[in-house]
Design a protein around this ligand. Structure first.
Ligand SMILES: [Zn+2]
Length: 304
């Protein structure tokens, strides 16, 4: 039987983590969080799983890794080095269509086994991987026994920049730390590149690509999520919505991601548009000018 995997692509701060957490709270869905970072952040750096234990000490992940590789466990340091060599953002074009290099082939093999083990151990009908990194989305349709779906999330780049410029605590290191910050030009260049790649990858997902704007999700969360589940064709079982905009988030075992993955319990969803009041003119104009080619395409107006 093939394993259904929904990969979430897009640039950071576009709402991928909350969508991931909501999906994870359905009975028949399991979310890995940003699986791309399992090796480096999870196993090498010892960061925390969504269950609050270091990933290496999480029983579920131990079971998944044992089931996937048995006595032939990949060395996490070597895997993160291999990832750096063959699966960075810039490697994405080489992973679409062309024959794979030996390294990329090995990387694909390791991850194919991982997805199958996740499905076997969790029993979930749908696996959600919110890695965002486009290289992962390029490889997914090339994995044996995997039925791949691509969700491309987009958010107004001015809101995205505003979020990246804010100081945000990162609680998954077990000591005080903050998340990386990006300046407007840097954030917007990434926004352009990551979104362009996600669009290019749509061709590898015939009828299985869907684009969701953060703003549309925030406007109608329940309808957006139910639409997504229908798109993957799984019967989700009972879910977290208490009403159209309130969810009860269950515990999770996400290996990496935005700190909001640690939120559980009742959450009222509302659009975060603080940037409209708080963002100064300089960054706003810089981002608008730089993002212009894609701004219209995604339906964002120049006058914010
Ligand atoms: Zn865990």
């Amino acid at each position: 039987m093939s394993v259904k995997v929904l990969y979430i692509a897009g640039w950071g701060r576009s709402g991928t983590t909350i969508v991931d957490n909501i999906l994870n709270s359905y009975d028949s869905v399991f979310s890995t969080g940003e699986l791309y970072y399992l090796w480096r952040r999870g196993l090498v750096q010892g960061r925390k799983c969504g269950c609050d234990l270091p990933v290496a000490r999480c029983r579920l992940w131990r079971e998944i890794l044992d089931h996937a590789y048995g006595t032939d466990q990949p060395d996490p340091k070597r895997m993160s080095e291999l990832q750096r060599q063959v699966a960075r953002v810039r490697s994405t074009p080489s992973l679409i269509g062309d024959p794979l290099s030996a390294g990329a082939e090995e990387y694909r093999r390791v991850h194919t086994r991982l997805y199958h083990a996740i499905a076997d151990i969790t029993g979930a009908a749908l696996i959600v991987d919110s890695s965002k990194v486009p290289s992962g989305a390029a490889l997914l349709p090339r994995m044996r026994g995997v039925e791949p779906y691509l969700l491309h999330m987009v958010r107004d780049p001015r809101a995205v920049t505003h979020s990246w410029m804010r100081l945000t605590e990162q609680p998954d290191r077990g000591k005080p730390a903050v998340m990386q910050q990006h300046q407007p030009t840097e954030s917007t260049m990434h926004w352009l590149v990551w979104n362009t790649f996600a669009e290019r990858l749509a061709k590898s997902y015939p009828d299985r690509y869907q684009r969701l704007r953060y703003e549309d999700f925030a406007d109608a969360p329940r309808r957006s999520i139910e639409g997504l589940l229908a798109f993957t064709g799984v019967d989700p079982g009972s879910g977290p919505f208490l009403d159209d905009t309130t969810v009860r988030l269950g515990p999770n075992h996400t290996v990496s991601g935005n700190p909001s993955r640690f939120r559980t319990g009742d959450v009222t969803l509302r659009a975060d548009d603080r940037w409209r009041q708080e963002q100064s003119l300089g960054p706003r104009l810089a981002v608008t000018a730089l993002a212009l080619p894609l701004l219209h395409r995604y339906g964002y107006s120049v006058r914010a």
